[in-house]
Design a binder for this molecule. Sequence first.
Ligand SMILES: Nc1ncnc2c1ncn2[C@@H]1O[C@H](COP(=O)(O)OP(=O)(O)OP(=O)(O)O)[C@@H](O)[C@H]1O
Length: 263
Amino acid sequence: MRFDGVWFRYARRAPWALREAAASVEPGQTVVVLGPNGAGKSTLLQLAAGVLRPVRGTIRDRPRTVGWVPERFPADQPFTALGYLRAMAELRRAPASAADDWIDRLGLTEHTGTPLPALSKGTAQKVGLAQALLTPPGLLVLDEPWEGLDARARTLIPDIVAEITATGGAVLVSDHRGEIAGLPEATHWSVAAGALRVETTVPAAARPDADEVVVEIAVPRTAADDAVVRLRESGHRVLGVREIKDFAVRPEPPAGARWEGPR
Ligand SMILES: Nc1ncnc2c1ncn2[C@@H]1O[C@H](COP(=O)(O)OP(=O)(O)OP(=O)(O)O)[C@@H](O)[C@H]1O
């Protein structure tokens, strides 16, 4: 897909939100769109998704199936979570199991009967993510997908992105908080005051520092979100949250043996 000199503004006399954007995205490529608040990232992503149309210029070769996850899922709709996802699956001619698969994977099972307007922001975001993935998208556009998601769901995003790109889909994802540590192969675009720049090197904010080490900590599952927030507040970079499945805690000493390790 190619942006050919794309300009966009929200009203005839409004300032340009995007000026002469030129860039392309190849199949299998991940593009992370960086930039401060109000820079034009959402505008760019909505143009990519076909939600907005360029005022000047053209977007060529957009893949036929586009998955679009807005920054805020529009939850004001008369459906339950399950009703919405099943209806969207039918509309997109996805297999009947597609909604159930994503409900399971995103941990939505206990919310299936809840009306969309009654969902928490994070749960509604998961429904928004699920609807975009009901049919494998040739282009997946994620606008700040980490916002509002719980710590465990956030760690699914890099996996989902990797699955889409592995099957030849392209992914465009915006990230103003620099949570992109899990997307190491990504190309970076920077947007500043409506101007798009394709970065040729990984921006410093996305690079691990040579002086850094990774410290792994374990917290109760229910305290994960809190821990992530507190670690960030105290200036640490949180790289991910994962389940510990076969983690070997201190081994039990063999029967009759004396334990000599630290207590
Ligand atoms: N619906 C709208 N109507 C009018 N102006 C808008 C609209 N949406 C965005 N803008 C303006 O366009 C410019 C770019 O906004 P945009 O939302 O694309 O930035 P952003 O980089 O995504 O910011 P954020 O990270 O805060 O979402 C801003 O000046 C914003 O005020």
